[in-house]
Design a protein around this ligand. Structure first.
Ligand code: ARG
Length: 611
């Protein structure tokens, strides 16, 4: 099904073209800011009037006159008139209203809403979501934790926002390639392998298995201390890095062990978060290690890289990228000691993703502190031709997670909060609530609900925030049953499902009534209002993808739950007369399916039939 918004945009834009004689008119149809004024508004008349130096109200009148058919026009076969008939919107909308200074307000016809509602409910199972006409190959780089360290709260946003973006893009029909660009190849691993070797040598048993990541992280800290205080150890660590990078087998063995312990840790967290990142999506920094010299070589050959203070640098757009004193900023691709940098790896990755993976678009999901890094790396990749002019490079940024004090969330001792501990606490707190609210449920049921609510609450709270702002992490708020929270949405879903269940218990053949339904009539205002919202799910999905903003989706779902609530308060469902009941059952059914689809399929949040 084509989105209503898109149909209106196309038809009205064409009429504007006919009226003004201008090419490329844009109606700029947007959802109405206030339902008092209708369902959609046309914002494009004022800019067009300005361009034509004419009165916007008069122009709006002319446009409106062509948007509604007049009888005689139907018999007028002049070419233009046929176009006019084809592009009128009387099949969708009531007579438009003009509002000052030149807005056109549109209200959908109840019949059209009823037909679309039936089509969305009964159509092939896409819930009114359109597939793109132009499928692309899109690489999404997200999560990207660093090995030998546990994931902390800083990785939450990249991981779950990136995941939702992948799911949304796939739903629209794009080919998505997930890339988990883990930090697995820095100089910091030299000290860790030396430290581990010394530890193993002290053991009597030759057999030694990898410790869990929690212990490794502890070793990492100890190794760091030793590096600072013990010169002999520091020398050995520095040698080890060089050897490791040159492929020394023994060091590589230890390094691999660190990587696999880390991966095991990520895997558990991804599963717990229902994130679609798998082992095969890991392509960390080490993957690019043998391409780095060539990347630098190519930059030199192309005359883009220069030596500056012993280092190899590229200076993209000197006007744009400069420091406070106005000095141009470099992207350093190789240090004077020969070492390559984070940026070098990112350049190699762009070359690989466009060249080998054939990506049309690259999306990076990291916090906003990396904005300058990506801007400059993108600029260099374009200069080098690794990103083609048509390759879209997108940095999707997000703000920080703050504690109740408004400062970045830390433990009492000032460390980053471990993601695992945060999630465990959410589940424990959810369990307390479930125990209080549903003592009648079995242990297994309560475990399941606590898991779904706890993890769902953390994820959903993150998604509801405008991703570019910081937000305050509050268990109490995110676990509240009121407001736009996961438990509220999960409860709304369970409530809709309970209607069906109760109906079936009373001997109503819900499935049969739904299947037999051929036409619907929406009489009550709250029925019409709910149906209108239901047919606009595709618009919410489209808006969320276009801006990479899951909060558009959560707002839509919250509005849906509220509209459902108004409907259910005003309209009996199971006790409705036989002419009204099937339509109302269908309203319930589609509400449940959309909430489930939004929460489960798009945001990876579990829904529960009963709570
Ligand atoms: N490991 C990085 C970090 O923790 C994130 C990686 C982001 N992706 C990239 N291609 N640079 O900040």
């Amino acid at each position: 099904m084509k989105l209503v918004l898109d149909i209106l945009e196309r038809r009205i834009s064409e009429v504007m073209g006919l009226v003004s004689g201008q090419a490329g008119c844009s109606a700029m149809v947007k959802p109405a800011t206030d339902p008092k004024f209708g369902d959609y508004q046309v914002n494009g008349v004022m800019p067009l009037a300005k361009q034509l130096k004419t009165n916007p109200r008069e122009l709006a009148k002319k446009i409106v006159s062509l948007l509604m058919p007049r009888k005689q026009r139907l018999f007028d076969f002049a070419k233009q008139e046929i176009n006019v008939v084809r592009h009128n919107i009387s099949d969708l909308c009531q007579t438009p209203e003009i509002a000052d200074p030149g807005f056109i307000n549109l209200r959908l016809k109840p019949d059209f809403v009823a037909d679309s509602f039936l089509q969305v409910s009964k159509g092939p199972d896409r819930l009114g979501i359109e597939k793109t006409d132009d499928p692309e190959t899109i690489v999404v780089d997200f999560s990207g934790p660093n090995i030998a360290k546990q994931m902390h709260v800083g990785h939450l946003r990249s991981t779950i926002i990136g995941d939702a973006i992948c799911r949304l893009l796939e739903l629209e029909g794009h080919k998505v390639i997930r890339q988990n660009h883990i930090g697995d190849w820095g100089i910091q691993f030299g000290m860790l392998v030396v430290f581990l070797k010394q530890k193993i040598e002290k053991l009597d048993t030759p057999e030694w298995t990898a410790p869990p990541l929690e212990d490794l992280e502890d070793f990492y800290k100890q190794a760091n201390e030793k590096y600072k205080s013990d010169c002999g150890f520091a020398d050995e660590a520095r040698d080890a890095v060089v050897d490791l990078h040159n492929g020394n087998k023994a060091w590589l063995e230890l390094w691999k062990m660190i990587v696999s312990a880390s991966e095991k840790h990520y895997r558990q967290l991804y599963e717990c978060l229902s994130v679609t990142l798998k082992q095969e999506h890991i392509r960390g920094e080490s993957f690019y290690k043998d391409m780095l010299a060539d990347v630098v070589g190519e930059l030199k050959k192309k005359g883009l890289a220069v030596e500056s203070e012993g280092a190899v640098c590229v200076f993209p757009d000197k006007e744009k990228f400069k420091d406070k004193e106005g000095k141009p900023l470099p992207v350093i691709v190789q240090k004077s000691d020969g070492a390559f940098l984070y940026a070098t790896t990112d350049l190699a990755a762009i070359r690989y993703r466009v060249g080998e993976l054939k990506a049309d678009r690259l999306i990076y999901v990291t916090d906003s502190r990396q904005s300058l890094h990506f801007e400059m790396v993108f600029a260099v990749a374009r200069m080098a031709g690794w990103a083609k002019p048509e390759t879209e490079l997108v940095h999707v940024t997000f703000g920080s997670v703050l504690g109740e004090d408004g400062k970045p969330l830390k433990t009492r001792s000032g460390e980053n909060v471990k993601l695992k501990e945060l999630l465990d606490e959410a589940v424990t707190r959810a369990r307390k609530i479930v125990d209080e609210k549903n003592p009648e449920f079995t242990e297994a049921q309560r475990v399941r609900i606590a898991q779904a609510v706890g993890i769902g609450a953390v994820k959903y709270a993150d998604y509801t925030n405008n991703r570019t702002s910081d937000y305050i992490f509050s268990f109490n708020k995110m676990l509240a049953m009121e407001g736009n929270t996961a438990p509220y949405m999960q409860y709304a879903f369970a409530r809709v499902q309970s209607i069906r269940r109760k109906g079936e218990q009373r001997g109503i053949e819900v499935n049969k009534e739904l299947a037999d339904l051929k036409t619907v009539s929406l009489v009550e205002p709250s029925e019409l209002d709910l149906a209108k919202h239901l047919i606009r799910y595709g618009e919410a999905v489209e808006a969320a993808v276009a801006d990479y903003r899951p909060n558009y989706l959560t707002s839509y779902l919250y509005d849906l739950a509220q509209k459902f609530s108004v409907f259910y308060t005003n309209c009996p469902v199971l006790d409705a007369s036989s002419d009204k009941r099937p339509t109302r059952l269908l309203l319930c059914d589609l509400t449940a399916r959309i909430i489930e689809h939004g929460l489960h399929n798009l945001l990876g949040i579990e829904v529960i039939g009963q709570m």
